[in-house]
Design a protein around this ligand. Sequence first.
Ligand code: FES
Ligand code: FE
Length: 438
Amino acid sequence: NEHNWDVLIKHDRVHQKLYTDPTIFAEEMTKIFGMTWVYLAHESEVPNVNDYKTGYLGSRPIIVVRDRNDEFRVLFNRCTHRGATVCRNDRGSAKVFTCPYHGWNFKNNGELAGVPWPKAYGDDFDTSEWGLKQARVESYRGFIFGTLNLNAPSLVDYLGPARELLDQWLDRYDGKKLVVGNAHRMIYKGNWKLTYDNAADGYHVSFSHRSLFETAGRMGEDKDMSYFAESPDYGPMVVQYLGNGHTFIDQRPNYKNIGDFWKQQRPQPGREVYEEMIRERYQEEADALLDQAIGAQMNLNIFPNLCLIGNQIQVIQPYAVDKTELTWYSTTVDGLPEEINMLRMRTQEDFPAFGEPDDMTNFEECHLGLTIPEVEWVHTGRGLGIPDRQTVDERGVISGPVTDELHIRNYYQEWKRLMGQPSLKTLCENVKGGVSSV
Ligand code: FES
Ligand code: FE
């Protein structure tokens, strides 16, 4: 290809083009978003047979459906007749999708069921040839992913060490089911990787989100701010590179235990009123229940588009080199008392309502800056060249102080590997929808 990635990606910097060049973006939509496992939906969004949700696999419009046989499928939402969007709803339930243009209708397993006035098609018209194209689909503990890559490893292998962290994120609920609820959607004028870079960026927090913490302080929230007052470089929080592009911030070491964190985070009067009520009602169970209300102290980012932050699920959807949608899904837990779920929802107010505009403003400002040719480089070298600053464990997981940019440097190595691969075209031609669920 025309780009030499070794010139554009160096050990301590990446070229601005990676954020602003539309031809690179187009290539990413095939080689990154086509070759990896991309998060598409949560099983609780399609709870019953025939339920579906529409969305995108990179730039490809798709329908995630629990088909008539209770198997997940990822169908291309493009009519095989002349290309119209077949399903134009966000969510729903359907045994058959009928294209609004000329009425070709498809079973929810993708097969072409029929066409209006079929006699006009000659004898050699073979409906089995004209089903909706499908992506490979796999699901792990409720999280449904798709890929166009027939040679992709299993989803579990792809998750690697991120799987254990996802397990920890879910195991907080003792087997109770996570339910994905309503979403905040927001679009910014900037490249999708600005969000992915930021998703494990512990460097910006005390600057970008200062007003959020000050507001929390004014509301009486007794947050332990010592982390922000002293240099976070030497605090207990870590940033990690997990392999396959996945990154992680572990905030848990910053808090002695979850119950203790709850006390720190308690604002007055809002959450305190709830806490008193819960202690009175649930007595010795109260601590465990309160623990299930607060956010997991982690940011887990599954490359390229899924970020688990606190109790929330954030999904990155690229639309153009300079246009990205972020969707924040709130979550509740089936079977928890209503007031505990209400408290969970309170933990999901700060982000995206107060915090995300800080970040999105930065993304737009960065993107504007990077469109100026003379800016040339994005610096990614924080933490380099300092002895003993990073460690690598036996799984290959790299850890460092939370403000380091090791997550950016390392996921770009994976990005480079993927972008250096041959075109996906031949791979996706045979994709028919391998269906499996863990
Ligand atoms: Fe769908 Fe014609 S484009 S039926
Ligand atoms: Fe932020």
